[in-house]
Design a protein. Structure first.
Length: 199
C-alpha cells in the first residue's frame, strides 16, 4: 500500500514539475507576442502623430506640442495643392514656378483611407488605459539657423501596462545601460530628425 501511495505521490510531483517547466518556457514567449502586438499598435500611432506634425509644419513652419492644437489642425486645416510649371522667361528650362491650384483638407490627405480611424485617439498610447504620449516641440540651432523639432514618446511601463513588471524592468534596464530609450519615440528634441527609434 505504501508503495502505491509513493508511486501516486511521485507521479503527481512529475506532473507538477512538467507544468512548471512548460509554464516557464511559455511565459517569455507569450510576453514577447503581447509586446510585439502592443509595439505594432503604438508604432502606428506614432507614425500618425509624425504625419500630422509634418502637415502642421508645412503650413505653420513649426511643430506643436499640443495634441488639442494638432487634432484641431487635422480636422480643419488645409494643404495647398501645388503644380510645378516651367518659368516662361527661362530659355534654359532649368527654372520652374510653383503654382497653387487648390487646397485639400489635411484629414483627407492623411487619414481618409484608414478604416475605423479615430483622430481623437491619436494622443493616447494604445493598451495603456488612457495615458497620453509625451509630445514636445521647439527649435534647435544648427549653423546659426533655428530648425523646428518635435518628439512624441511612450515608456515601456505605459505601452506594456498590466504585463509582468519584473520583465519590463529587466528590459528597461538593458536599454538604459546601452543609452537607449526605454520605450518608443519618434522625432528628436536634440537633432533635426523625424525618425522613430524602431526604424
Amino acid at each position: 500500500m505504501k508503495k502505491v501511495i509513493l508511486q501516486i505521490a511521485l507521479f503527481l510531483v512529475i506532473i507538477v514539475l512538467a507544468v512548471l517547466i512548460v509554464r516557464s518556457i511559455m511565459e517569455p514567449v507569450k510576453f514577447q507576442q503581447e509586446k510585439d502586438f502592443r509595439y505594432e499598435n503604438t508604432i502606428q500611432r506614432l507614425k500618425d502623430i509624425r504625419a500630422a506634425e509634418g502637415a502642421y509644419r508645412t503650413v505653420n513652419k513649426r511643430y506643436t506640442a499640443s495634441f488639442d492644437t494638432l487634432i484641431d489642425f487635422v480636422k480643419t486645416g488645409q494643404l495647398a495643392v501645388v503644380k510645378m510649371i516651367p518659368d516662361p522667361e527661362d530659355t534654359t528650362f532649368r527654372k520652374s514656378i510653383l503654382d497653387t491650384i487648390g487646397f485639400i483638407n489635411v484629414y483627407d490627405t492623411l487619414f481618409s483611407s484608414r478604416e475605423d480611424f479615430k483622430l481623437e485617439n491619436i494622443k493616447y498610447i494604445p493598451h495603456s488605459g488612457g495615458q497620453e504620449f509625451k509630445l514636445e516641440a521647439g527649435h534647435i540651432e544648427k549653423s546659426k539657423i533655428l530648425i523646428p523639432v518635435f518628439q512624441a514618446s511612450a515608456l515601456n511601463t505605459q505601452i506594456l501596462k498590466g504585463m509582468d513588471e519584473q520583465t519590463i524592468y529587466n528590459e528597461d534596464t538593458k536599454l538604459t545601460v546601452n543609452d537607449r530609450f526605454p520605450g518608443l519615440t519618434v522625432g528628436s528634441m536634440e537633432e533635426a530628425s523625424t525618425d522613430g527609434n524602431w526604424e
